[in-house]
Design a protein around this ligand. Structure first.
Ligand code: EPZ
Length: 417
């Protein structure tokens, strides 16, 4: 285990390179279950959740080979359909194996993912949709027990937009008999990236990136090579790091059009930034303004950027109302920031931030992935030393966050405990 010790050290200055998107790499990895031929994924981020997912696949009997530029997954030797509780406990995204296992093997046994710090995180939408595709699914002893002959395509209507729910059905439908149409599908770039991989494997898919996706089932999928898209949330996190320190940062190897609403919000608060191909340049500023924001499904303001944005708003002039409309408990970072001196009032799904306030370094507790990142950002500008405990949350989803920030001038030390 380790902790991060951060000394406020003035404006960041330099360049960071964005890694592959965790939330695309994870469904792309489970998509490999669908084929008996090897699939090579490149630009895969070095994060713990990817390592956990590779362990899950290898325990199903699949070949997992780390390459210099990515990972090769070989589904020809798959011989199991059950996942271990502690893997699912460590990573809720294990649920993404459900659809592919049903489609490939006709069986799946996955621990029911529990909630996490940010909410109950139910999977009822996944289960109901897969039942409509013909799966028999029971919940017994905390396990999802699913079986089917061959899934049968149908019209699926999601009453609520669900990213991994859309991904599970999209993957399952590629091998179903007939046509599946997903209505009210999620629009996230990660869905499009997954569809691009599946199409390269031979799937017949139309409409990804819109709210209606049509899939014509085929008998089998083949191998493919696919480059995972850059991580839009990692990108936004570094934009916030430059903003909170009034620094000058070049963010390379990103996909700016995947976070347009977030970038537009940062321009609203007065952050000078420019986009040039796959680079975002954040320029020094002399002050930011507090502006309201509400998290929404893509293309709205991402819930995964809410904590990082709140950290920036503690240094902006005036009041900002931040409304979290996706998850029911995603303000834990606010409690820790208040201990550092931030002026934040929580009222249900709303957080009212008044700034700028001087933050003072202290010991803080990371609770979830994005909350942890927001505390790192707060530590960059706090007076004195900020010590972030429980940083395993960070390692789940950020590829060398502390190293990349140190390269841009931050003073961060990783201390083993
Ligand atoms: C994905 O989670 C992401 N994770 C999350 O990123 C992200 O915050 C979230 O989408 C929203 O953008 C991955 O892609 C691995 P949802 P997911 O299903 O799919 C409710 C991060 O920090 N819901 O879109 O689990 C749910 O409770 C993580 O990288 C149901 O009610 O989110 C939530 O209120 C955190 N029943 C809303 O829908 C269901 O069956 C949206 O959840 C499924 C979801």
């Amino acid at each position: 285990m380790a902790k991060l010790v951060i000394q406020g050290n003035g404006p960041l200055n330099g360049r960071v390179a964005i890694s592959g998107a965790k939330n695309s790499a994870l469904p792309c990895l489970t998509a490999c279950i669908l084929s008996s031929e090897p699939v090579t994924l490149t630009n895969v981020p070095q994060v713990d959740d990817v390592a956990t997912m590779c362990t899950l696949l290898s325990e199903l009997g699949m070949g997992v080979r780390n390459l210099s530029h990515g990972v090769e997954i070989d589904g020809s030797s798959i011989h199991a359909h059950a996942t271990r509780y502690d893997l699912v406990k460590a990573m809720r995204a294990s649920i993404l194996a459900l659809g592919p296992l049903l489609a490939r093997l006709g069986r799946a046994e996955i621990s029911l993912p529990g909630g996490c710090a940010i909410g109950a995180r139910p999977v009822d939408l996944h289960i109901n949709a897969l039942k409509q595709l013909g799966a028999e699914i029971t919940l017994e002893h905390g396990n999802i027990e699913a079986r089917c002959t061959r899934l049968k395509g149908t019209e699926i209507y999601f009453d609520k937009v669900t990213v991994t729910g859309t991904e599970n059905v999209l993957m399952a439908a590629t091998l179903a008999e007939g046509t599946t149409v997903i209505h009210n599908a999620a629009l996230e770039p990660e869905i499009e990236d997954l569809a691009h991989l599946l199409r390269a494997m031979g799937a017949q898919i139309k409409g990804e990136g819109t709210s209606t996706i049509a899939i014509e089932g085929v008998r089998e999928l083949k191998g493919a090579t696919h480059e995972v898209i850059p991580d839009r949330i990692e990108t936004g996190t570094y934009v916030c790091a430059a903003a909170i320190t009034a620094g000058h940062l070049f963010i390379d190897k990103c996909r700016p059009n995947h976070l347009s609403r977030f970038l537009e919000q940062m321009q609203r608060v007065g952050l000078p930034l420019s986009v040039n191909g796959d680079t975002i340049e954040v320029k020094p500023h002399t002050g930011l303004l507090g502006k309201d924001v509400q998290t929404m499904p893509h293309p709205g303001f991402p819930t995964d950027m809410q904590a990082q944005y709140m950290a920036v708003m503690t240094q902006a002039k005036g009041r900002s109302l931040i409304t979290e409309s996706i998850f029911e408990n995603r303000f834990m970072h606010a409690v820790e920031m208040k201990r550092m001196g931030a002026d934040i009032r929580i009222d249900g799904h709303n957080a009212i931030v008044t700034g700028p306030t001087n933050l003072s370094g202290t010991d803080v507790q990371a609770t979830d992935l994005r909350a942890s990142a927001s505390l790192v950002l707060a530590g960059l500008v706090a007076d004195g030393e900020t010590v972030i405990h429980e940083i395993q949350h960070l390692a789940r989803g950020y590829d060398r966050l502390d190293e990349k920030l140190v390269m841009a001038g931050a003073r961060i030390e990783r201390v083993a405990i």
